[in-house]
Design a binder for this molecule. Structure first.
Ligand SMILES: Cc1ncc(COP(=O)(O)O)c(C=O)c1O
Length: 360
Protein backbone atom coordinates (compact mmCIF):
# COMPACT_ATOMS: atom_id res chain seq x y z
CA UNK A 1 0.00 0.00 0.00
CA UNK A 2 1.29 3.47 -0.89
CA UNK A 3 2.14 5.92 1.85
CA UNK A 4 -1.04 7.95 2.30
CA UNK A 5 0.49 11.45 2.32
CA UNK A 6 -0.62 13.31 -0.80
CA UNK A 7 -1.32 16.71 -2.27
CA UNK A 8 -4.68 17.17 -3.93
CA UNK A 9 -4.76 19.95 -6.51
CA UNK A 10 -8.08 21.51 -7.45
CA UNK A 11 -8.25 22.83 -11.01
CA UNK A 12 -11.71 24.26 -10.31
CA UNK A 13 -10.38 26.31 -7.40
CA UNK A 14 -7.45 27.64 -9.46
CA UNK A 15 -9.82 28.72 -12.24
CA UNK A 16 -12.22 30.21 -9.72
CA UNK A 17 -9.39 32.29 -8.23
CA UNK A 18 -8.38 33.56 -11.68
CA UNK A 19 -12.02 34.62 -11.99
CA UNK A 20 -11.66 36.53 -8.69
CA UNK A 21 -8.63 38.34 -10.11
CA UNK A 22 -10.67 39.30 -13.18
CA UNK A 23 -13.50 40.59 -11.05
CA UNK A 24 -11.15 42.74 -8.97
CA UNK A 25 -9.39 44.06 -12.09
CA UNK A 26 -11.77 43.68 -15.03
CA UNK A 27 -9.88 46.12 -17.25
CA UNK A 28 -6.43 44.66 -16.68
CA UNK A 29 -4.56 41.90 -18.47
CA UNK A 30 -3.41 39.14 -16.14
CA UNK A 31 0.17 37.89 -15.93
CA UNK A 32 -0.30 34.77 -13.77
CA UNK A 33 2.78 34.30 -11.59
CA UNK A 34 3.68 30.61 -11.67
CA UNK A 35 7.37 30.80 -10.77
CA UNK A 36 8.85 28.45 -8.15
CA UNK A 37 7.12 25.48 -9.76
CA UNK A 38 3.75 27.24 -9.70
CA UNK A 39 4.19 28.13 -6.00
CA UNK A 40 4.71 24.41 -5.39
CA UNK A 41 1.63 23.29 -7.33
CA UNK A 42 3.49 22.25 -10.48
CA UNK A 43 4.55 24.63 -13.25
CA UNK A 44 3.00 22.72 -16.14
CA UNK A 45 -0.21 21.98 -14.27
CA UNK A 46 -0.67 25.61 -13.24
CA UNK A 47 -0.07 26.85 -16.80
CA UNK A 48 -2.47 24.31 -18.25
CA UNK A 49 -5.27 25.13 -15.81
CA UNK A 50 -4.63 28.87 -16.16
CA UNK A 51 -4.61 28.78 -19.95
CA UNK A 52 -7.00 31.77 -19.97
CA UNK A 53 -4.39 34.03 -18.34
CA UNK A 54 -2.94 36.65 -20.70
CA UNK A 55 0.69 35.89 -19.80
CA UNK A 56 2.80 33.98 -17.31
CA UNK A 57 5.51 35.16 -14.93
CA UNK A 58 8.42 32.84 -14.14
CA UNK A 59 11.85 33.17 -12.51
CA UNK A 60 14.22 31.57 -14.98
CA UNK A 61 14.79 30.79 -18.62
CA UNK A 62 14.51 27.09 -17.72
CA UNK A 63 10.98 27.61 -16.42
CA UNK A 64 10.15 29.58 -19.57
CA UNK A 65 11.45 26.84 -21.85
CA UNK A 66 9.56 24.20 -19.87
CA UNK A 67 6.37 26.13 -20.59
CA UNK A 68 7.18 26.44 -24.30
CA UNK A 69 7.93 22.68 -24.49
CA UNK A 70 4.56 22.07 -22.81
CA UNK A 71 2.91 23.97 -25.64
CA UNK A 72 2.29 27.30 -23.90
CA UNK A 73 2.08 29.99 -26.57
CA UNK A 74 1.11 33.01 -24.41
CA UNK A 75 3.74 35.57 -23.41
CA UNK A 76 6.09 34.35 -20.69
CA UNK A 77 8.14 36.86 -18.70
CA UNK A 78 11.29 36.30 -16.64
CA UNK A 79 10.44 38.35 -13.56
CA UNK A 80 14.00 38.32 -12.21
CA UNK A 81 15.47 39.08 -15.59
CA UNK A 82 18.15 37.11 -17.39
CA UNK A 83 21.34 36.33 -15.48
CA UNK A 84 23.93 35.99 -18.29
CA UNK A 85 24.18 37.37 -21.80
CA UNK A 86 24.25 33.82 -23.26
CA UNK A 87 20.59 33.49 -22.28
CA UNK A 88 19.52 36.22 -24.71
CA UNK A 89 19.65 33.92 -27.75
CA UNK A 90 17.26 31.55 -25.95
CA UNK A 91 14.96 34.40 -25.01
CA UNK A 92 14.77 35.51 -28.65
CA UNK A 93 14.34 31.98 -30.00
CA UNK A 94 11.68 31.01 -27.46
CA UNK A 95 9.91 34.41 -27.43
CA UNK A 96 10.44 34.89 -23.71
CA UNK A 97 10.16 38.44 -22.45
CA UNK A 98 12.33 39.67 -19.62
CA UNK A 99 12.53 42.17 -16.83
CA UNK A 100 15.54 44.46 -17.13
CA UNK A 101 16.54 45.81 -13.74
CA UNK A 102 20.26 46.49 -14.08
CA UNK A 103 22.65 48.52 -16.20
CA UNK A 104 24.61 45.40 -17.17
CA UNK A 105 21.52 43.90 -18.78
CA UNK A 106 21.07 46.98 -20.94
CA UNK A 107 24.66 46.65 -22.16
CA UNK A 108 24.04 42.96 -22.93
CA UNK A 109 20.99 43.89 -25.00
CA UNK A 110 22.92 46.65 -26.78
CA UNK A 111 25.58 44.08 -27.75
CA UNK A 112 23.07 41.42 -28.82
CA UNK A 113 21.63 40.80 -32.23
CA UNK A 114 19.25 37.87 -32.19
CA UNK A 115 16.82 36.02 -34.38
CA UNK A 116 13.91 38.11 -33.06
CA UNK A 117 13.47 41.12 -30.78
CA UNK A 118 13.04 40.49 -27.07
CA UNK A 119 10.15 42.21 -25.27
CA UNK A 120 11.31 43.97 -22.13
CA UNK A 121 9.76 45.16 -18.88
CA UNK A 122 11.89 47.93 -17.41
CA UNK A 123 11.87 47.46 -13.65
CA UNK A 124 11.82 50.65 -11.60
CA UNK A 125 12.59 50.65 -7.90
CA UNK A 126 9.81 52.77 -6.40
CA UNK A 127 10.45 51.75 -2.79
CA UNK A 128 11.00 48.00 -2.49
CA UNK A 129 14.78 48.56 -2.67
CA UNK A 130 15.52 45.10 -4.02
CA UNK A 131 15.94 45.23 -7.80
CA UNK A 132 15.18 47.96 -10.30
CA UNK A 133 16.49 51.27 -11.60
CA UNK A 134 16.43 54.33 -9.39
CA UNK A 135 13.56 56.59 -10.44
CA UNK A 136 16.02 59.29 -11.60
CA UNK A 137 17.64 56.83 -14.00
CA UNK A 138 14.46 55.27 -15.39
CA UNK A 139 13.94 57.66 -18.32
CA UNK A 140 17.49 57.27 -19.63
CA UNK A 141 17.32 53.47 -19.22
CA UNK A 142 14.07 53.47 -21.22
CA UNK A 143 15.52 55.55 -24.05
CA UNK A 144 18.59 53.32 -24.31
CA UNK A 145 16.36 50.24 -24.45
CA UNK A 146 14.12 51.86 -27.08
CA UNK A 147 17.20 52.50 -29.17
CA UNK A 148 18.23 48.81 -29.04
CA UNK A 149 17.51 46.80 -32.18
CA UNK A 150 17.31 43.68 -30.03
CA UNK A 151 14.43 45.08 -27.95
CA UNK A 152 10.80 44.76 -29.00
CA UNK A 153 7.96 46.17 -26.88
CA UNK A 154 8.95 48.08 -23.76
CA UNK A 155 6.72 48.05 -20.64
CA UNK A 156 7.25 49.48 -17.17
CA UNK A 157 7.11 47.42 -14.02
CA UNK A 158 7.56 47.99 -10.31
CA UNK A 159 6.87 45.88 -7.23
CA UNK A 160 5.22 46.67 -3.90
CA UNK A 161 7.00 46.29 -0.59
CA UNK A 162 4.13 46.62 1.91
CA UNK A 163 0.86 46.31 0.00
CA UNK A 164 -0.31 43.53 2.34
CA UNK A 165 -0.90 46.25 4.96
CA UNK A 166 -3.85 48.46 3.95
CA UNK A 167 -2.70 51.21 6.27
CA UNK A 168 0.93 51.51 5.13
CA UNK A 169 1.51 54.77 3.28
CA UNK A 170 4.51 53.37 1.34
CA UNK A 171 2.12 51.84 -1.19
CA UNK A 172 0.39 55.13 -2.10
CA UNK A 173 3.81 56.70 -2.47
CA UNK A 174 4.95 53.87 -4.78
CA UNK A 175 1.81 54.14 -6.91
CA UNK A 176 2.11 57.88 -7.47
CA UNK A 177 5.86 57.76 -8.14
CA UNK A 178 5.36 54.94 -10.65
CA UNK A 179 2.52 56.70 -12.44
CA UNK A 180 4.45 59.99 -12.63
CA UNK A 181 7.39 58.20 -14.26
CA UNK A 182 5.16 56.22 -16.58
CA UNK A 183 3.40 59.40 -17.73
CA UNK A 184 6.70 60.76 -19.04
CA UNK A 185 8.23 57.47 -20.28
CA UNK A 186 5.16 55.78 -21.82
CA UNK A 187 4.53 52.06 -22.36
CA UNK A 188 2.21 49.55 -20.69
CA UNK A 189 2.37 49.50 -16.90
CA UNK A 190 2.40 46.65 -14.38
CA UNK A 191 2.47 47.25 -10.65
CA UNK A 192 -0.04 45.17 -8.68
CA UNK A 193 0.77 41.84 -7.06
CA UNK A 194 -2.08 40.02 -5.29
CA UNK A 195 -2.20 42.52 -2.43
CA UNK A 196 -2.31 45.41 -4.90
CA UNK A 197 -5.14 43.74 -6.81
CA UNK A 198 -7.18 43.18 -3.64
CA UNK A 199 -6.52 46.33 -1.65
CA UNK A 200 -5.11 49.07 -3.89
CA UNK A 201 -7.51 49.63 -6.81
CA UNK A 202 -5.47 52.47 -8.28
CA UNK A 203 -2.55 50.08 -8.80
CA UNK A 204 -4.35 47.75 -11.21
CA UNK A 205 -3.33 49.62 -14.42
CA UNK A 206 -2.86 47.69 -17.73
CA UNK A 207 -1.34 44.48 -16.32
CA UNK A 208 -1.74 42.81 -12.93
CA UNK A 209 0.62 40.11 -11.63
CA UNK A 210 -1.23 37.84 -9.18
CA UNK A 211 0.63 35.00 -7.54
CA UNK A 212 -0.53 33.85 -4.11
CA UNK A 213 -4.21 34.73 -4.54
CA UNK A 214 -4.44 32.41 -7.55
CA UNK A 215 -3.60 29.56 -5.20
CA UNK A 216 -6.40 30.60 -2.83
CA UNK A 217 -4.28 32.21 -0.16
CA UNK A 218 -4.88 35.69 1.19
CA UNK A 219 -2.17 38.24 0.44
CA UNK A 220 -3.47 40.54 3.19
CA UNK A 221 -2.46 40.79 6.82
CA UNK A 222 -5.41 39.90 9.02
CA UNK A 223 -7.71 38.59 6.29
CA UNK A 224 -8.15 34.97 5.22
CA UNK A 225 -8.47 33.74 1.64
CA UNK A 226 -12.10 32.76 2.28
CA UNK A 227 -13.00 36.34 3.23
CA UNK A 228 -11.70 37.44 -0.18
CA UNK A 229 -13.74 34.82 -2.01
CA UNK A 230 -10.69 32.67 -2.76
CA UNK A 231 -10.64 28.88 -2.65
CA UNK A 232 -7.62 26.79 -1.62
CA UNK A 233 -6.04 24.99 -4.55
CA UNK A 234 -3.69 22.69 -2.64
CA UNK A 235 -4.87 20.34 0.09
CA UNK A 236 -2.13 18.45 1.91
CA UNK A 237 -3.64 15.31 3.35
CA UNK A 238 -2.74 11.96 4.83
CA UNK A 239 -4.23 9.32 7.11
CA UNK A 240 -4.10 8.08 10.66
CA UNK A 241 -1.71 5.12 10.68
CA UNK A 242 -1.76 4.21 14.39
CA UNK A 243 -3.84 4.89 17.48
CA UNK A 244 -2.79 4.05 21.01
CA UNK A 245 -4.16 4.67 24.48
CA UNK A 246 -1.61 6.47 26.62
CA UNK A 247 -1.51 6.69 30.39
CA UNK A 248 -1.43 9.92 32.39
CA UNK A 249 2.18 11.16 32.59
CA UNK A 250 3.46 9.43 29.43
CA UNK A 251 5.54 11.69 27.18
CA UNK A 252 4.88 11.79 23.43
CA UNK A 253 7.61 11.73 20.77
CA UNK A 254 11.12 13.25 20.52
CA UNK A 255 12.24 15.25 23.52
CA UNK A 256 9.23 14.12 25.50
CA UNK A 257 8.08 17.67 26.07
CA UNK A 258 4.36 16.94 25.66
CA UNK A 259 3.07 14.86 28.55
CA UNK A 260 -0.40 13.27 28.66
CA UNK A 261 -2.48 15.04 31.32
CA UNK A 262 -4.75 11.99 31.67
CA UNK A 263 -5.29 8.63 30.03
CA UNK A 264 -6.10 9.44 26.40
CA UNK A 265 -6.09 8.24 22.78
CA UNK A 266 -3.18 9.47 20.64
CA UNK A 267 -3.23 9.22 16.85
CA UNK A 268 -0.26 9.13 14.50
CA UNK A 269 -0.62 10.78 11.07
CA UNK A 270 1.78 9.91 8.25
CA UNK A 271 3.14 13.39 7.52
CA UNK A 272 6.29 15.13 8.69
CA UNK A 273 8.97 17.63 7.84
CA UNK A 274 10.27 15.21 5.21
CA UNK A 275 7.05 16.04 3.36
CA UNK A 276 7.34 19.79 3.92
CA UNK A 277 5.10 20.00 6.99
CA UNK A 278 6.82 22.64 9.16
CA UNK A 279 8.82 21.19 12.03
CA UNK A 280 8.39 24.23 14.25
CA UNK A 281 4.61 24.26 14.68
CA UNK A 282 3.75 24.12 18.37
CA UNK A 283 1.43 21.75 20.20
CA UNK A 284 -2.14 22.88 19.63
CA UNK A 285 -1.71 23.45 15.88
CA UNK A 286 -4.93 22.20 14.28
CA UNK A 287 -5.15 19.09 12.11
CA UNK A 288 -8.46 18.07 10.52
CA UNK A 289 -9.27 14.45 11.31
CA UNK A 290 -12.50 13.28 9.71
CA UNK A 291 -13.19 16.94 8.90
CA UNK A 292 -12.93 18.06 12.55
CA UNK A 293 -10.10 19.88 14.24
CA UNK A 294 -7.86 18.08 16.67
CA UNK A 295 -4.68 19.50 18.22
CA UNK A 296 -1.21 18.37 17.24
CA UNK A 297 0.81 17.20 20.26
CA UNK A 298 4.55 16.52 20.64
CA UNK A 299 7.22 17.39 18.11
CA UNK A 300 6.88 17.00 14.35
CA UNK A 301 9.08 14.10 13.15
CA UNK A 302 10.40 13.50 9.65
CA UNK A 303 7.53 11.23 8.59
CA UNK A 304 4.93 11.44 11.35
CA UNK A 305 3.04 13.72 13.68
CA UNK A 306 0.97 12.85 16.74
CA UNK A 307 -2.49 14.22 17.50
CA UNK A 308 -4.74 14.34 20.55
CA UNK A 309 -7.84 12.26 19.80
CA UNK A 310 -9.74 12.89 23.05
CA UNK A 311 -12.46 14.73 21.08
CA UNK A 312 -12.64 11.91 18.53
CA UNK A 313 -12.82 8.68 20.50
CA UNK A 314 -14.28 6.89 17.47
CA UNK A 315 -11.35 7.71 15.15
CA UNK A 316 -9.86 4.70 13.36
CA UNK A 317 -6.69 3.77 11.50
CA UNK A 318 -7.13 4.89 7.89
CA UNK A 319 -9.25 7.94 8.75
CA UNK A 320 -8.36 11.01 6.65
CA UNK A 321 -6.30 13.87 8.02
CA UNK A 322 -5.91 17.30 6.39
CA UNK A 323 -2.85 19.35 7.26
CA UNK A 324 -3.92 22.41 5.25
CA UNK A 325 -6.14 23.30 2.33
CA UNK A 326 -9.87 22.61 2.08
CA UNK A 327 -11.32 23.29 5.54
CA UNK A 328 -8.04 24.41 7.13
CA UNK A 329 -6.41 27.54 5.67
CA UNK A 330 -2.67 27.30 5.08
CA UNK A 331 -2.41 30.86 6.43
CA UNK A 332 -3.39 29.49 9.86
CA UNK A 333 -0.71 26.79 9.86
CA UNK A 334 1.86 29.28 8.54
CA UNK A 335 1.08 31.67 11.40
CA UNK A 336 1.65 28.84 13.89
CA UNK A 337 4.98 28.07 12.20
CA UNK A 338 6.06 31.73 12.20
CA UNK A 339 6.08 31.90 8.41
CA UNK A 340 3.80 32.70 5.47
CA UNK A 341 1.56 30.51 3.34
CA UNK A 342 3.85 31.09 0.33
CA UNK A 343 6.66 29.19 2.02
CA UNK A 344 4.55 26.21 3.06
CA UNK A 345 3.10 25.81 -0.44
CA UNK A 346 6.54 26.01 -2.05
CA UNK A 347 8.22 23.59 0.31
CA UNK A 348 6.09 20.45 -0.06
CA UNK A 349 8.73 17.90 -1.00
CA UNK A 350 8.81 15.86 -4.22
CA UNK A 351 8.15 12.57 -2.41
CA UNK A 352 4.54 13.66 -1.81
CA UNK A 353 2.46 12.51 -4.79
CA UNK A 354 0.30 15.15 -6.51
CA UNK A 355 -3.23 14.15 -7.42
CA UNK A 356 -4.95 16.46 -9.89
CA UNK A 357 -8.66 16.94 -9.48
CA UNK A 358 -11.30 18.78 -11.47
CA UNK A 359 -13.37 19.25 -8.31
CA UNK A 360 -13.17 21.91 -5.64
C1 LIG B 1 7.86 40.68 -9.55
C2 LIG B 1 6.74 39.93 -8.93
N1 LIG B 1 5.49 40.19 -9.34
C3 LIG B 1 4.43 39.52 -8.80
C4 LIG B 1 4.59 38.59 -7.82
C5 LIG B 1 3.38 37.91 -7.23
O1 LIG B 1 3.25 38.27 -5.88
P1 LIG B 1 2.07 37.67 -4.99
O2 LIG B 1 2.33 36.21 -4.91
O3 LIG B 1 2.23 38.34 -3.67
O4 LIG B 1 0.81 38.00 -5.70
C6 LIG B 1 5.88 38.30 -7.37
C7 LIG B 1 6.08 37.32 -6.29
O5 LIG B 1 6.97 37.28 -5.54
C8 LIG B 1 6.98 38.99 -7.94
O6 LIG B 1 8.23 38.76 -7.52
Amino acid sequence: MARPAQVRLSAAALQHNLGRVRSYAPEAKVMAVIKANGYGHGLGWAARVLSQADAFGVASVEEGITLRRAGVTRPVCLLEGFFRNEELALLAAERLSTVVHHERQIRDLEDFSGSAPVDVWLKIDTGMHRIGFDPQRAASAASRLRACKSVGALGLMSHFANADNKFDSTTSFQISLFNDLAASIGGERSLANSAGIVAWPESRLEWVRPGIMLYGVSPMIGQGGGELGLEPVMTLGSEIIAISRRRKGEAIGYGGDWVCPEEMPVGVVAIGYGDGYPRHVPAGTPVLVNGRRVPLIGRVSMDMITVDLRDQPGAQIGDPAVLWGAGLPVEEIAARAGTIGYELLCQVTPRVPRVESEER
